[in-house]
Ligand binder design. Structure first.
Ligand code: 3PG
Length: 462
């Protein structure tokens, strides 16, 4: 019987695409689909070997066996692992390519290692098309497993020249963590695009056609990125009646959860990520339709028409800075997590994996990778992005104009807040410390002396 090099377990949208990708790269690949429907759709195409029992699948593989799990993240992954375990031998490799929480990956790595099974948690980004033609793959877990089968993953991935957008980033959940943060940045950028769109429409009063043309022109500028590409296409799409389809979509955003996980981690690690935070909360807040409906009646404001000279150039400069700030927040989070969890993630390498194949790919990531190779400081401090001053001026003007016009663009405003916070040497929390000490005797430190101090702030007051 033929011995396959690798198996793909799960033939949903992403699993099917990854399986076809592997086969197109010349790897003999066995497939497993739980449902008859999944199996039949592949079998009908003739050239695939699809197994219907786990035993037959496992027995078809050469050793050490490599099984790529593409199943729904969560309990299903544990369930599938438990069903495969009795069939596996020491040294076999399981790869989880779903959007698993990094803590689950951590737990699975340790649990499986005790049973002699090597485990890789792989963050796969690029959607259905990317999975088929070459995704970005962020790998964590067992280094031994990576050394044994990493070449297969590399061959599946997108490339920049000769460099693969796939690499081992660290033990345990390091790969899934970097993918989670990738998604957090993705949430930020999606919401920023929406906020710029709102500002152009409600603030500047531009027509849908004018806005579409601006995003289309941005495709050929330094903003060149996948998300700008698809924004231009989405805005240009007309419904059957010739009207823009996007205008007919309900303003109620959902999520699968990786953006919220990123925010939870930002809080847990104490990393300031206001743009990711505003983007996550924008989705939650969009669901409070009743408040917004009543608020639009009760909280009416007088909107003054605004003008902004040379607006297209200013919008472009501001959006560039907004992208940079979104990446900066995500990168700072990865850096802190790597230190806290002891993963030793090579930051420029991790970021370089996003240059192709994934949803947040952009031209800007070339310069960001370069900046991180030169210094591990916050990328806003790097000289790699030229003079940020003129971009900051544009963003500041747009933020002020948005406030003046009364347009809700909290994610856009968070960018200037982050920028201003980063350049504030002396913050105002000295007053917070004094107040905490006043009402709760929490004590404070002084700028001129060592130690902790407490003052009776209300002495002599009633
Ligand atoms: C995914 O993981 O498929 C997306 O990148 C993020 O999904 P969401 O926006 O539904 O959370």
């Amino acid at each position: 019987m033929k011995e396959f090099e690798i198996a793909v377990y799960g033939l949903g949208v992403m699993g099917s695409s990854l399986a076809k990708n592997l086969i197109s790269k010349g790897f003999s690949t066995a497939l497993f689909g739980k449902s008859q429907e999944e199996r039949e759709s592949f079998q009908a195409q003739g050239k695939f070997t699809v197994f219907s029992t786990e035993k037959a699948l496992v027995n078809s593989l050469k050793r050490p066996r490599v099984i790529f799990l593409m199943v729904t993240a969560g309990n299903v992954v544990d369930f599938v692992i438990d069903s495969l375990l009795p069939l596996l031998d020491e040294g076999d490799i399981l790869i989880d390519g779903g959007n698993s929480h990094f803590k689950d990956t951590q737990r699975r790595c340790h649990g499986l290692l005790e049973k002699g099974i090597q485990f890789l948690g792989v963050g796969v980004s690029g959607g259905e098309k990317g999975a088929l033609t070459g995704p970005s793959m962020m790998v964590g877990g067992s280094k031994k497993a990576w050394d044994s089968c990493g070449y297969i993953l590399e061959r599946m991935a997108a490339r920049v020249g000769e460099e693969y957008c796939c690499s081992f980033l660290g033990k345990e959940g390091a790969g899934h963590y970097v993918k989670m943060v990738h998604n957090g940045i993705e949430y930020a950028m999606l919401q920023l695009i929406a906020d710029f769109y709102s500002f152009m429409k409600k603030g500047l009063g531009l027509s849908h056609q004018e806005i579409t043309e601006i995003f289309t022109r941005w495709k050929h500028t330094e903003l060149n990125s996948y998300l700008i590409d698809i924004t231009a296409a989405v805005l240009a799409k007309k419904d059957g009646d010739g009207e823009p389809l996007v205008e007919k979509i309900r303003d109620f955003a959902r999520q699968k959860g990786t953006g919220s996980w990123t925010l939870e981690e930002a809080i847990a690690r104490g990393v300031y990520a206001p743009t990711i935070s505003e983007a996550v909360f924008s989705r939650y807040f969009s669901q409070d339709t009743q408040l917004r409906k009543e608020g639009s009646q009760v909280l009416q404001v007088t909107i003054k028409p605004i003008t902004l000279e040379n607006y297209e150039k200013k919008l472009k400069d501001a959006f560039y800075l907004a992208m940079l700030v979104s990446y900066a927040q995500g990168i700072a989070l990865i850096q802190k997590a790597s230190a806290d969890y002891g993963w030793e993630i090579d930051l420029p390498l991790a970021v370089s994996l996003w240059r192709e194949g994934c949803i947040i790919r952009s031209e800007l990531l070339q310069d960001i990778t370069k900046a991180l190779k030169e210094s591990d400081k916050n990328i806003l401090l790097s000289q790699s992005f030229g003079d940020l001053g003129k971009r900051e001026q544009a963003l500041r003007q747009i933020s002020a104009k948005a406030i003046e016009a009364g347009v809700a663009v909290s994610t856009l405003l968070s960018v200037i807040s982050y920028y201003d916070s980063c350049r504030t040497e002396k913050m105002n929390v000295n007053l917070v410390q004094a107040l905490r000490d006043c009402f709760g005797a929490h004590t404070y430190e002084r700028t001129d002396r060592e130690g902790r101090f407490h003052t009776d702030w209300m002495e002599g007051e009633d």
